[in-house]
Ligand binder design. Structure first.
Ligand code: ADP
Ligand code: MG
Length: 743
């Protein structure tokens, strides 16, 4: 087919080459040739052109058919190339169409020009004829004129002719251009034929490749088919064996099913039974609820009974606990003597005499050793606090004593020791790390709150100072200085006023300190205010507070009164926290004047304290409470069921060794003293039984009363007590007080 098309193409080329000279002949025809020749040529050309167009169309049609036959191969590179060629051919066709149209337009134009020329020729011929006729009729001059006119018109005609020639020339050029274009298109057509042939060859090659691939695929397919058959066979065999197992299992399951059936029957009957139960359940539930309610009421009643029983037992146990506690304290001794060794601080300096001379026993916290001049002395006390001991640790040791004052016991805590050994630090402490005083009151607040359901407890405090055997209230204040009116009424009093300890005028034998202010405290804020007032008053008239404090005894007296809300039992406990004056023996150093008097008074009162304790320990009939203001004031808290704790403060430095040894000897001596049988000082408003009491004075003994200081509304009043406490002392003759310095 392609060869056939190529033949057609050659033929067309030949024909074109024939047509070309003809066109050239048309272009180069002499001007002398007539219009009819031109027309004839033009007609021939048009016919040739038409024929060529038809043949070209035929060729394109065939090309189209050929391309269609090749369309089986899609998407390959050749088909893309083919598509490109087809597009080019279409473009060429479009271009050819345009050229043909242009040619047709040119032909039309040529026809019009020829027509116009013919008409003009005819007009000219007609005029020429008319002119000839007129000439024939007219004389010669007119002929001349006509000739001239004809000559003139002839030049115009010539000009027209030239124009026509020029146009003809232009048209021939156009035809030449069209021919060239046609030749180019022919060339392109040839190229496309060539490409088409190449494509054909490639298609054939691909077909061969396809055939080969198909053969290979068939082989592969065959192999796969074989494999598949083999796999199917294997799977079949496996499935058969599995099927066998399943069958066996099925048989097992069938057997199981047969055995389950009776169980199912039982279950069904159970289910029916349950259904019946469920139907009856609301009634049963109601019955059960009623029954449970009855049982609960019964249980509640029983619980209430048990509760009451337990409460009774609890109260009994509490009594027992207190008894046991007291017994424990008794076994430990009513006087406990502890020792606290203060640390060496940077303020103490670095000299040789600031060396530490105290060591401790790691296995026994009641022992300490003082090494001096190559000799080591051992001291045994109830407990020794080493320098690193915290305020809280010290307080922990004394807090049981403090709570016992809520239970109605009188308690005394003394800080004993030379000046600078840490007495005030232990009792008062610093605002950041308070001592026993503040911690005790905090503890009491806590206890009061805890017991508030059963007890109505009131805490009051007094602060007093004994200086030079004179008792002074530290809470009295100059009325001018007090802004708060209620406080002014309460505290309006000259702070330097001396207080006396007197026997109650009612003849009850009670001691009475008229005017000693008591302030009720309920919060830490309250105690801070009270302490501050005490501190300010203590500083009055003295430039150096420390100096004053070292030469006077400071007392914080805390009274706790309570009424049991259920039983009506009243208790009164008193906690005396005493920061004693410095125990150093100033008198020996040859002091004079007021300093000597102070020293003598301090010595006297500390001697009296030691004597009282010794007398108590040795169960002497007479206890010399009256030998000092301090012992006289504290006699309640030192005798009978009272509890006493002596905190002996010592300095660990070499320079203080003498005073340290003195203090420790004093501590050891008082440690073994027993204060008598402990009985809780509780009194009941309804209790009518009275016991005989011995008193330290013959007159008091004669009245068979006891001395008890109790405070009310800011003053101390005498009051008869029906408690069970027995005072051990009676009479003051025969007593020979032991000097402290002799300890
Ligand atoms: P006292 O009241 O016996 O004269 P202080 O309580 O005033 O002695 O103590 C003297 C100094 O030693 C104070 O500066 C005090 O802060 C300090 N001090 C005493 N004991 C301790 C201690 N356990 N820890 C730290 N410093 C102490
Ligand atoms: Mg002090």
């Amino acid at each position: 087919m392609i060869s056939c098309l190529q033949e057609d193409k050659v033929r067309l080329q030949e024909e074109l080459s024939v047509t070309e000279p003809r066109g050239q002949a048309l272009g180069s025809s002499p001007q002398s040739q007539g219009t009819t020749d031109l027309e004839k040529h033009l007609e021939i050309l048009v016919l040739e052109n038409d024929r060529l167009k038809q043949e070209l169309n035929g060729c394109q049609l065939q090309l189209q058919q050929l391309q269609n036959s090749l369309s089986g191969c899609t998407n390959c590179e050749h088909s893309k190339e083919n598509t490109l060629l087809r597009k080019q051919t279409t473009d060429l066709q479009l271009e050819l169409g345009e050229k043909v149209q242009l040619l047709a337009e040119l032909e039309q134009h040529l026809k019009d020009v020829l027509q116009e020329k013919t008409e003009r020729e005819e007009r000219l011929n007609k005029r020429l004829r008319d002119c000839h006729l007129a000439l024939a009729k007219q004389p010669t001059p007119s002929v001349k004129y006509i000739t001239k006119k004809v000559e003139v018109e002839s030049s115009r005609t010539k000009q027209d002719l030239e124009e026509a020639h020029a146009r003809n020339q232009y048209l021939q050029e156009q035809i030449a251009i069209q021919r060239r274009l046609l030749a180019e298109q022919e060339q392109q057509l040839q190229d496309s034929w060539r490409t088409s042939a190449q494509l054909q060859a490639q298609i054939m090659m691909y077909e061969a490749e396809l055939e080969r691939t198909r053969g290979e695929m068939l082989e592969t397919f065959q192999a796969m088919e074989d494999e598949k058959n083999q796999a199917i066979e294997e799977v079949f065999l496996q499935a058969r064996s599995e099927m066998k197992t399943v069958h066996e299992n099925l048989n097992g399951v069938r057997m199981n099913l047969l055995s389950i059936q009776p169980a199912l029957k039982t279950l069904t009957s159970d289910y029916n039974c349950l259904k019946n139960h469920v139907r009856d359940f609301p009634c049963l539930l109601q019955d059960a609820v009623n029954q449970t309610k009855r049982e609960i009421y019964q249980a509640v009643e029983e619980a209430q009974k048990t509760n009451q029983d337990l409460l009774r037992k609890y109260k009994r146990e509490m009594q027992l606990r207190k008894k046991c506690h007291n017994e424990l304290v008794r076994l430990r001794g009513n006087i406990r003597v502890l020792c606290r060794v203060r640390p060496i601080t940077p303020e103490d300096g670095t000299g040789l005499d600031t060396r530490n001379i105290i060591s401790f026993d790691n296995d026994d916290d009641g022992v300490l050793y003082v090494s001096h001049r190559g000799k080591t002395t051992m001291f045994e006390l109830d407990k020794v606090f080493q320098p690193r001991a915290l305020q809280s640790e010290v307080f922990q040791e004394v807090q049981a004593l403090i709570t016992s004052c809520i239970d109605g016991y009188n308690v005394c805590i003394f800080a004993y020791g030379q000046t600078g050994s840490g007495k005030t630090y232990t009792m008062e402490g610093s605002p950041e790390d308070p001592g026993i005083n503040q911690r005790a009151l905090r503890l009491l607040f806590g206890e009061v709150a805890e017991r508030s359901a059963d007890w109505d407890l009131t805490i009051t405090v007094s602060m007093a100072e004994i200086y030079n055997e004179t008792l002074r209230d530290l809470l009295g204040s100059d009325p001018q200085k007090i802004e708060d009116l209620t406080m002014r009424n309460l505290l309006a009093k000259d702070p330097s006023e001396k207080l006396e300890i007197k026997l109650s005028p009612d003849g009850s034998g009670q001691l009475y300190v008229p005017g000693l202010i008591q302030i009720r405290v309920q919060s830490v804020d309250d105690i801070n205010k009270v302490f501050e007032l005490g501190r300010v008053n203590r500083a009055t008239d003295f430039t150096n507070v420390n100096e004053r404090s070292s030469r006077s005894h400071a007392l914080l007296i805390v009274s706790v009164t309570g009424i049991n809300l259920t039983s009506g039992v009243r208790t009164t406990g008193k906690l005396n926290l005493v920061d004693l004056a410095g125990s150093e023996r100033v008198g020996k150093s040859g002091a004079e004047g007021p300093r000597l008097r102070e020293a003598q008074n301090i010595n006297k009162s500390l001697l009296a304290l030691g004597d009282v304790i010794c007398a108590l320990r040795s169960k002497q009939p007479y206890i010399p409470f009256r030998n000092s203001k301090l012992t006289y004031l504290l006699q309640d808290s030192l005798s009978g069921d009272s509890k006493t704790l002596m905190m002996v403060q010592v300095s660990p430095m070499e320079k203080n060794v003498n005073e340290t040894v003195c203090s420790l000897k004093f501590a050891q001596r008082v440690r073994s003293v027993e204060l008598g049988t402990m009985v809780r000082r509780a009194e009941s408003q309804h209790c009518s039984s009275r016991q005989d009491y011995e008193s330290e004075t013959p007159s008091a003994a004669a009245q068979q009363g006891r001395l008890n200081i109790s405070h009310s509304g800011g003053s101390i009043v005498g009051k008869t007590t029906t408690g069970k406490r027995r005072l051990m002392a009676s009479g003051e003759v025969n007593h020979r007080p032991a000097a402290l310095s002799a300890l």
